[in-house]
Design a protein around this ligand. Structure first.
Ligand code: ADP
Ligand code: MG
Length: 326
C-alpha cells in the first residue's frame, strides 16, 4: 500500500474552472515527488485537495488514498485528525500563515495540543526540540513572527508541519518568497528532515531545476493534468513531453521570479481552465504540434519503463496508467 495514492482526481471550482483534470499520482514512504509547472497549472489546487482545504462549492471527485483511506469520503472529524498528524502542508508565504499576535512557540504547540500528542508541559519541551530540529534556538519559542527573518519564519512553518509526526509533508513553493541563499538552506533542511524520518514528500515548484535536485520522481503539470512523469533526473535532463522540454530548457535559476510566469523560449501562457482548448491543451503553444493535436486529447503513454508522457509523439497508449509506475 502506498503512503499516498491519488486516482483520477478532478477539481472544478464553483466558477467552472477545471483546475485539476484526471490526475493519478503515488508516493511511497521515504519517497520525494516533485510537481512542476507554470503558475496556473493547478499545482496548489492539487495540494489543497489532498487535505480537503478547498473552498466550499468546489467539486472534487476521484480518490485520495492516504495510508489506504480515502480522504474524500472521510467524515470531517477524521479529516481533522488526518491534517497535521497524517499529512501536513508547508505553504509559500510563512508570514501569512503565522498569526502575528501570538508567540511562535504557542503556534507550534497548538496542533500538538489539539491532537493530544502531549500535555502542555510536554508540548513546550517538544516545541523546543522541533525548533532545534529546524536549526533555531529553542529560546526563539518566545519570539513573535515579526521578530524573525523570512527564512526563520519558514523554518517555523516546517517545525509546525513536523509537530504531530505526519507521514507525509506537502510543500507548496516553500522557498519561492525567500532569497537565493536562504532558499537553498531551506530546501536542504526539508530534504534532510524527510530523509532522516523516512517521510513522504510532495514538493511543488515552478522550478524544475530545484525539484530535480531535491526529488526522486517528477510530475510535470499543464492545464490541470500530469503531462509527464518519471525519475527526476531523467525528466529534467531529457524530458519527453514538449512542455517538459520547454520547462527544463528554460533553466530557470533559483530566485528568478520571471521564469515562473513564462519559461524562456515558450511563448504564451497556460490556458484559462474555464475555457480549455480542444484536443491536447498544450497544442496552441507546442512547437511540434500536428493537426491531430488540435482535435485529439492525449492520454499519458509509456515513454519507456517508469516514464510516461501525454504526447502524440511518444510510444503507445497504455490503458492502466498505474500499472507502469508500480
Ligand atoms: P498553480 O498553483 O499551479 O499556480 P492553482 O492551483 O493556484 O495553480 O490555480 C489553477 C487554476 O485554478 C488557475 O487558473 C486559478 O486561477 C484557478 N483557481 C485557483 N483558485 C481558485 C478559486 N478559489 N476559485 C476559482 N478559481 C481558482
Ligand atoms: Mg501555486
Amino acid at each position: 500500500m502506498s503512503l499516498l495514492d491519488v486516482r483520477n482526481l478532478e477539481v472544478t471550482y464553483a466558477g467552472g474552472a477545471r483546475a485539476v483534470r484526471g490526475v493519478d499520482l503515488s508516493v511511497e514512504a521515504g519517497q520525494k515527488l516533485g510537481i512542476a509547472g507554470e503558475s496556473g497549472c493547478g499545482k496548489s489546487t492539487l495540494a489543497l485537495a489532498l487535505l480537503r482545504l478547498l473552498p466550499a462549492g468546489t467539486k472534487v471527485s476521484g480518490e485520495i488514498l492516504l495510508n489506504g483511506e480515502d480522504v474524500l469520503t472521510m467524515k470531517w472529524g477524521q479529516v481533522r485528525a488526518v491534517r497535521w498528524a497524517g499529512a501536513s502542508i508547508v505553504f509559500q508565504g510563512a508570514m501569512h500563515s503565522l498569526n502575528a499576535v501570538h508567540r511562535i512557540g504557542d503556534q507550534i504547540a497548538e496542533p500538538i495540543l489539539l491532537h493530544k500528542k502531549a500535555t502542555p508541559s510536554g508540548a513546550k519541551k517538544r516545541v523546543g526540540e522541533l525548533l532545534e530540529h529546524v536549526g533555531l534556538p529553542a529560546a526563539r519559542a518566545d519570539a513573535y513572527p515579526h521578530e524573525l527573518s523570512g527564512g526563520q519564519r519558514q523554518r517555523v512553518m516546517i517545525a509546525m508541519a513536523l509537530a504531530c509526526d505526519p507521514g507525509l509533508i506537502i510543500a507548496d513553493e516553500p522557498t519561492t518568497a525567500l532569497d537565493v541563499m536562504i532558499q537553498a538552506q531551506i530546501l536542504r533542511l526539508i530534504e534532510q528532515l524527510v530523509s532522516d524520518q523516512d517521510l513522504g514528500l510532495v514538493m511543488i515548484s515552478h522550478d524544475l531545476a530545484v525539484l530535480s535536485d531535491t526529488c526522486d520522481r517528477l510530475a510535470v503539470m499543464y492545464a490541470g493534468r500530469v503531462v509527464e512523469e518519471g525519475p527526476a533526473s531523467q525528466v529534467y535532463e531529457n524530458a519527453r513531453h514538449p512542455y517538459g522540454k520547454a520547462l527544463s530548457a528554460a533553466f530557470p535559476r533559483i530566485g528568478d521570479v520571471a521564469s515562473r510566469f513564462a519559461p524562456r523560449g515558450l511563448p504564451g501562457d497556460p490556458p484559462d481552465p474555464s475555457a480549455l482548448p480542444t484536443g491536447c491543451t498544450f497544442h496552441p503553444r507546442c512547437p511540434v504540434a500536428l493537426d491531430v493535436c488540435a482535435t485529439e486529447d492525449q492520454e499519458l503513454r509509456n515513454a519507456e519503463p517508469g516514464r510516461r508522457a501525454a504526447c502524440v509523439h511518444v510510444g503507445a497508449a497504455v490503458t492502466d496508467a498505474r500499472s507502469t509506475t508500480a
